[in-house]
Write a protein that binds this ligand. Structure first.
Ligand SMILES: NC(=O)c1ccc[n+]([C@@H]2O[C@H](COP(=O)([O-])OP(=O)(O)OC[C@H]3O[C@@H](n4cnc5c(N)ncnc54)[C@H](O)[C@@H]3O)[C@@H](O)[C@H]2O)c1
Length: 320
């Protein structure tokens, strides 16, 4: 049967996904590391493969061409596809699939982990207590605060449901309004400028496009409250990190919780990582046992479908 390359470390370690591929008679070739592979590291790996299950690796036009003509599907074990040249894949007749819904709850829960970590300074206080320092940091509550959510798709919607339980009032901005969120969860859709200006907490849940890249920059930060806390579990490039650093360092913005960075992993000298009001996680939003399992199964099922001549269930949108 087919040769299936797996570069997504969590998929390579997940028995349920592997079992689906093995049951269909496919040969599994793993090529995993402790960070996403660069183009140069993918070029050789894809040659002769019929399918690839990938994480955040660089799946460029050159990588896809190297995989052609045998390569028939690139299955992402998540929903982000900015590292995959979907247009090039379409030209080469290679399907690109996503795993929508598989990791939404996990990411939404991490949003609250980051909000509380920044607002209550949990990581810094933990280190202090371990070092024998019994000194409280004054925090702030979520209750009664305004949460602005940019992007009310799968993850943003789950964040909204949980924010209600914290007693937050919710502003949202999206290209498309979701009437259920308005009716059932009291969400008020506003323009982006209002969302930024009124936010006590701002959380991003949208893709990077030419229009959204650096949507948080010196100009938009200047319109925000000085007490505001920003959380980014979406993509690092939504934020101009240099501008955000300046705002955080000068106290113009109160805090930042980041699961994503412009460059991943961030350079150890990234000045954001030197600030006390920043809490960072290593793009771990989707990395829970439950989410890994769902993503692995969905990716494996897409591969089996394509290699047996059936249409995919969840294709990545092809740019016009
Ligand atoms: N940290 C992680 O591990 C992790 C895991 C999964 C997804 N993500 C990221 O989270 C983000 C959201 O994922 P999702 O599954 O909720 O996606 P989704 O497609 O369900 O929702 C995205 C929403 O953004 C909206 N949007 C697009 N362009 C917009 C714009 N210019 N202005 C306002 N809204 C706009 C869309 O209309 C949509 O409602 C993505 O960037 C994804 O890459 C991160």
């Amino acid at each position: 049967m087919g040769k299936v390359l797996i570069t997504a470390r969590s998929v390579a370690a997940n028995r349920e996904g592997l079992a689906i591929l093995e049951a269909a008679g496919h040969e599994i070739v793993t090529h995993v590391g402790d960070r996403p592979w660069r183009e140069s590291e993918m070029l050789g790996a894809v040659v002769g493969m019929d399918a690839a299950i990938v994480g955040l690796d660089s799946i460029t036009a050159a990588v896809l061409s190297a995989g052609a003509p045998t390569l028939r599907i690139v299955a992402r074990n998540g929903v982000g596809y900015n590292a995959v040249d979907v247009a090039a894949a379409a030209r080469l007749g290679i399907a690109v699939t996503l795993a929508p819904g598989a990791n939404t709850v996990s990411v939404a829960e991490l949003v609250f982990g980051l909000m509380l970590s920044v607002a209550r300074r949990i990581p810094a206080q933990d280190i202090d207590v371990r070092n024998g320092l019994w000194k409280r940091a004054l925090g702030c509550e979520l209750f009664g605060k305004t949460l602005a959510i940019i992007g009310t798709g799968a993850i943003g919607s789950e964040v909204i449901k949980r924010a209600r339980a914290f007693g937050m009032s919710i502003l949202a901005n999206d290209l498309v309004q979701n009437p259920d969120l308005i009716e059932q969860h009291g969400v008020r859709y506003v323009d982006r400028a209002t969302a930024f200006a009124e936010a006590d907490y701002l959380t991003l849940h949208l893709p990077v496009t030419p229009e959204t890249r650096h949507m948080v920059d010196a100009a938009t930060l200047a319109t925000m409250k000085g007490t505001a806390i920003i959380v980014n579990t979406a993509r690092g490039d939504l934020i101009d990190e240099a501008d955000l650093h300046d705002a955080l360092a000068s106290g113009r913005i109160a805090g930042y919780g980041a699961d994503t960075f412009s460059a991943e992993p961030p350079h150890p000298d990234n000045p954001l990582l030197k600030l006390p009001n920043v809490v960072a996680t290593p793009h771990a939003g989707a990395y829970t046992a439950e989410s890994v399992s769902r993503c692995s199964v969905m990716a494996a099922e897409e591969v089996v479908r394509v290699l047996s001549g059936r249409p995919v269930l969840h294709p990545a949108p092809v740019p016009a």
